[in-house]
Design a binder for this molecule. Sequence first.
Ligand code: 5GP
Ligand code: MN
Length: 335
Amino acid sequence: MNKSKIQKLDNFLSSHKKITIIPHKNPDGDALGSCLALMHFLKQKSHDTSIISPNNYPNFLKWLPGEKSIIKFSEEEKLAKTIIKESSLIFVLDFNDLNRIGDLNKIIQNSKSKKIMIDHHENPKKFADLEFSYPKISSTCEIVYNILYNLNPSFINEETATCLYTGIMTDTGSFKYPSTTFKTHEIISKLIKHGANGSKIHEKIYDEFSLNKLNLLSICLNNIRKVEKLPVIYMTLNQKELDKCYFKKGDSEGFVNYGLSVKGIKLSIILIENTDEKIIKMSFRSKGNFPANLFAEKFFNGGGHINAAGGLSRKSLKKTISKLLIALQDFNDEF
Ligand code: 5GP
Ligand code: MN
């Protein structure tokens, strides 16, 4: 970790006491885990710290230590605006483009506060006063661990460790993606030493499904299609199917990975209809060199990492599938 950046961060922290931390919209385990870990750490340094999430997040994250204090901009806009106004330092975590925070975008752009970005996505946009951008690192939580360790390791307590463990675990697919290195495991071992209970965290994230979620999974798996002549699988969930299973945010998390469990498949895609927002939300997961992020960016207004990306379409589900099949031909050489 770059010492001069840590020094600059330390200076910012010494001169700013009121701090806001922001994850990306639809925050995942890494986004919320990194925000909460940073909050627990800063509280020990007597900072007045708030987390403002652009919107709500899945129930399987609603046990993380400190989670109840998170303010959702979509539900408490006035309070969130006041807090941002009063803060002189803003951390943005697990994203690198202000487009990823929805309606908060303009507010943060117009804020005169100092901004610090901590993130692991490619192609960071220039808007922060200080950037910790490391696209090769598994997760924002892994970067946050390195930063906190360099600032003051004795402030990493059980709560911080639990939040960081969660984010690293979820963003590495439980330590199985290629982004997992010996350093990731070293950090995980230290987090366990600091009090993170890996087995319990795993249970909280992956073993508290609702029956509705399992029913939805069965529909989704039934909808699996293999693309002719390409190592690609896609699956769909339309609004009717979602409604039938009382769909809640997060219920479809992880479904797309099933496509990659088929021998020889290099790309798996899930398309989920959202009639409220009039979009088809898409997730892409790949194995090897297939650049899921470039594919999502070129055809579906998205982005992400080489092996995990997302995007969306404003066409109907049927038309989106047709577009997808044509787009795949364009990337034929990448397989
Ligand atoms: P997921 O498929 O789990 O929603 O997202 C996988 C990865 O793609 C995450 O790293 C996420 O940040 C990124 N991602 C998901 N949706 C979008 C999107 O609409 N735009 C961009 N730029 N990235 C996305
Ligand atoms: Mn992440």
